[in-house]
Structure formats: structure tokens, C-alpha cells
Design a protein around this ligand. Sequence first.
Ligand code: S3P
Length: 183
Amino acid sequence: MTFQPIIIVGFMGSGKTTVALELASHLSCGAIDLDEWIKQREKRSPKEIIEQDGEEVFRRMETRVLGEVLDEGVARVIAVGGGAWTIAANRKLMTDHAAFVAWLDAGFELCWERIEASGETRPLARSREIAQKLYDERRPIYELADARIEINENESAEETAKKVAAVLAPLRLTGKSPSNIEW
Ligand code: S3P
């Protein structure tokens, strides 16, 4: 391992991808979105994979790709899909790579508002009831993350990223990021 990664987790609609990009820009390091990485590799989006092959197949791919991205040190900041942190094998991979895991804790109403506004049907959140049940089931697992970052709907992704950076600052994570800038 060349450096300690920072992983952004949280429910669908919590803003993981945009916050990860803002954080990377703030820290002058690289960021990737694991779902986007999967899409590039598989030539299908996670939504398509889940709809066509089922969630189990997607989870296996997700774990494999997460392992590769961590082993190869592709980027310092990694946003993962909403379910990734709920899978024990993924949490182990992150621990094995000494990752720092930040949970974007957005309330259900805000997540659901954003899911609806995106206009994209989510295979695992097809209705408000299903999404709420998943949210409630996952919450105790998200609580296992290294840091909880409360999401306020009036706050910009840049402000949230600064809150993550403030939590990280005293930790002195080790190693150089791919852009070769240590912080
Ligand atoms: C999932 C969330 C999605 C994507 C997949 C499964 C989940 O990512 O990984 O559809 O289980 O919550 P986002 O959280 O980025 O929407």
C-alpha cells in the first residue's frame, strides 16, 4: 500500500460523488467514483447490472473492483455506491488498506428528495417505502464508519468537503497520493 485512502460512504442521494470530487480538489489529490469505474469496465451501469443480472452479481463485481482499486492505489479519495459499506467483505478490504471511512449522514427526506429529483429509477429504491426500509436497515452499519459528517441540505458540497477535510487534518494519513501531493 502506498497511501491511506479516504472512502466516502452514505445512502443514495447523500452526495458522495460530488463531495468526493470537492474533497479531492481541496486536498489536491485524485478521486474516483467506484460505480463509474464499474460502468467503464463492464460497459453497463450498476443499475443495468442489477436489473439484468441481479444484486448478487453486482455485489461480487463491486467487491472485486473495490479490491483492485485499493490494491492499485488508483486514487486517494474514493466514493462508493450506497450499499458498498454494508457488505462485510468490503469493510474488511477497506480496513486491510487502512482506509479512513467518512459517512455522509443525510436524513431520509433529503436523500429521497434527491433520488426523486434525479429522475432515475433506482433498482433498490423503487418506492419511498422500500427506500425508507433500506435506509433504516443500513443506518446502524453506516454508524460503524470512522467519521460521521452531518449533511445539511443548505450546505454546498464544497462546505461538506471542508468538514471532511477538517476531520482528516489531525489524523496525518500517510503516503503520497497519485498526484504525488502529500498532505
Ligand atoms: C446502490 C447504490 C447505487 C449503486 C447501486 C446500488 C445501493 O449507488 O451502487 O445501484 O445499494 O445503495 P449510489 O449510492 O451512488 O446511488
